[in-house]
Design a protein around this ligand. Structure first.
Ligand code: OAD
Length: 250
């Protein structure tokens, strides 16, 4: 039996399926990944953009980068990988997607049981955490008329609603993701290099609790040696192939 057929058999028999996604899932939508040869972190160092210190030091510079990324994402459309995952969450009980991506393409593809581990590029919040601006709010303005944008409540600067390096994940969100990893029968890790923790640790939680673990990625990653099955291929091709296989065996 080939790798694809083995994956289909496991998915077919699974009660609960949890899927961790990364930048590779949005690559076919034209959104660059972080660590490939053309990756975002090859052009600019993550520490100069994606840390609270970088933002404190030069909020305008950080916002120029986010404003550019928001414009790239605005022009992008969900691809076949998002479409399949969105449909699985809607049509099959027990499917949960855990997204590291902040682009919102899973939501646009109609994903229902979705845990956003690293926040959303379409949300912002008050950097001063004023009492009225403590929570994130949606701001889809691209380009921003003023960089950095200002809090409508207190006039302080506003930050992107994403998780930066050195920041803890929201405890409730991480607990939800950990539970989804620990309670599933099959855990899929798709389009992620598996180097950023705690996200990269979820596949280990899943395996430890007895889940069958599958990686979908064109290249080997830090997780490849640990998963039960590595399917080498692109998310936008492998996920539709799995979907077709599942439909044909219903
Ligand atoms: P990376 O850029 O580190 O990894 C992207 C992965 O996608 C690589 O393993 C590629 O081989 C794979 N890939 C490329 N094209 C693909 C395709 N068409 N189908 C499937 N896989 C493909 O991105 P992430 O692992 O998502 O965090 O990065 C994790 C976190 O690091 C991000 O959420 C972000 C980043 O810095 C924060 O900003 C906190």
């Amino acid at each position: 039996m080939g790798d694809l057929d083995r994956a289909i058999e496991r998915l077919r028999r699974a009660g609960r399926i949890t899927i961790l996604t990364g930048a590779g899932v949005s690559a076919a939508s034209g959104i660059p990944t972080f660590r490939g040869d053309d990756g975002l972190w090859k052009k600019v160092r993550a520490e100069t953009i994606a840390t609270p210190e970088a933002f404190q030091h030069d909020p305008k510079f950080v916002w120029e980068w986010y404003d550019w990324r928001r414009s790239v994402i605005l022009d992008a459309k969900p691809n076949a990988a998002h479409d399949v995952l969105g449909r699985w969450t809607r049509e099959r009980a027990g499917v949960t997607v855990i997204a590291q991506n902040v682009d919102g393409l899973h939501e646009r593809a109609g994903a229902e049981r979705l845990i956003r581990l690293h926040g959303s590029i379409w949300h912002v919040r008050c950097w001063a955490r004023c009492s009225a601006g403590r929570e994130d709010w949606l701001d889809r303005t691209v380009p921003q008329p003023r960089l950095p944008p200002l809090c409508p409540h207190c006039g302080a600067i506003v930050r992107p609603g994403v998780v930066w390096f050195g920041e803890p994940l929201d405890r409730g969100v991480l607990a939800e993701a950990t539970l989804a990893a620990e309670e599933c029968d099959v855990f899929l890790t798709v389009g992620t290099s598996s180097v950023v923790y705690p996200a990269a640790g979820l596949v280990h939680h899943a395996k430890h609790q007895g889940a069958f673990t599958i990686e979908i990625n064109p290249d080997a990653t830090e997780a490849s040696a640990q998963v039960d099955l590595a399917v080498r291929g692109k998310a936008e091709e492998v996920l539709p192939a799995l979907d077709r296989g599942l439909l044909s065996r219903e």
